[in-house]
Design a protein around this ligand. Structure first.
Ligand code: NAD
Length: 276
């Protein structure tokens, strides 16, 4: 495939671009994941809370693609944090996916007010030691939460999946990750398709390169080193979003995009989010 790979801090190889399936119902996930795989995606990002691990797993199986060519991520939901509950929840996810192992298992949110992510992560370390997750990591962790994991656990998270797009560039987290060998994975990389894709600067760069706004935004992520997982259920967009390896943004383009940072968070603030 033409999607470049990045090597995570434990040697696991991860495609830099994958397919996100948040808000895709289970039966539609079968179709959409199947389309993504047919279009050339090999990395799929799901989560227990998305309710589509079964449809995703069926699409993976039906594709006939060898397991070692796929990269499957799922996430532990908030209600299952804690050492024993995590081990049970992981078994459930693996069963729904119909897999022997996942490539990446993430703690979905830190829930700092509940103070349970260290025990949760220790169960993740056990799961990885058993070979049932090739790599383990976190999602929505801020530097303070990562500092605590680094101090109290043994395995440096391979990945932190955080909200990140041109209007919310997360400089502090990206810098922290770079200093600690943690890969930055961008969720809502297209800013959920609203507003962001109508930005005039992005429109100007799209016209300049003869590409779409979504392709310019994805190219920006890739060139600054992020892993991206755009979501679409529209076949033409699924194809468009992976067709981003035939052009390059130049230094002026990257500077113009750097100027779009507006601290515009779309999702919850991980410091206070505590929904289970
Ligand atoms: P996204 O930024 O990928 O945007 C998706 C939306 O943008 C689509 O629903 C569609 O409306 C539009 N879109 C997609 N491709 C387009 C194109 N080529 N042209 C025009 N519009 C287009 O948003 P997302 O789904 O929120 O994020 C992607 C993935 O990130 C999710 O599916 C999920 O896997 C993950 N995610 C994780 C968390 C987390 O807490 N870890 C939170 C949100 C999302």
């Amino acid at each position: 495939s033409k999607v470049p790979a990045i090597t995570l801090n434990n040697g696991t190889v991860m495609p830099q671009l994958g397919f996100g399936v948040w808000q895709i119902p289970d039966d539609e996930a079968f179709t959409s994941v199947g389309q993504a795989l047919e279009t050339g995606y090999r990395s799929i990002d799901t989560a227990a809370i998305y309710g589509n691990e079964e449809g995703t797993g069926k699409a993976l199986a039906a594709s006939g693609i060898p397991r070692e060519e796929l990269f499957v991520t799922t996430k532990l939901w908030n209600s299952e944090q804690g050492y024993d509950a995590t081990l049970r929840a992981f078994d459930t996810s693996l069963g729904k996916l119909g897999l022997e192992y996942v490539d990446l298992y993430l703690i979905h949110w830190p829930l700092p007010s509940r103070d349970n992510y260290v025990a949760t992560y220790k169960a993740f370390e056990k799961i990885q030691a058993e070979g049932r997750a090739k790599a383990i990591g976190v999602s929505n962790f801020q530097p303070a939460h990562l500092e605590r994991l680094l101090a109290e656990t043994s395995v440096v998270p391979a990945v932190n999946q955080i909200e990140l797009h041109p209007q919310f560039q997360q400089a502090e987290s990206r810098d922290f990750h770079a200093r600690h060998g943690i890969a930055t994975e961008a969720w809502s990389p297209l800013g959920q398709g609203k507003g962001l894709l109508e930005d005039p600067t992005i429109g100007r760069l799209a016209a300049k390169h003869g590409r779409t706004a979504a392709q310019v935004v994805l190219r920006w992520h890739l060139q600054i080193g992020n892993v991206v997982i755009p979501k679409s259920v529209t076949p033409s967009r699924i194809a468009e979003n992976i067709d981003v390896f035939g052009f390059e943004l130049d230094a002026d383009d990257l500077a113009a995009l750097a100027g779009l940072d507006a601290g515009k968070r779309l999702g919850p603030d991980p410091a206070t989010f505590d929904v289970v």
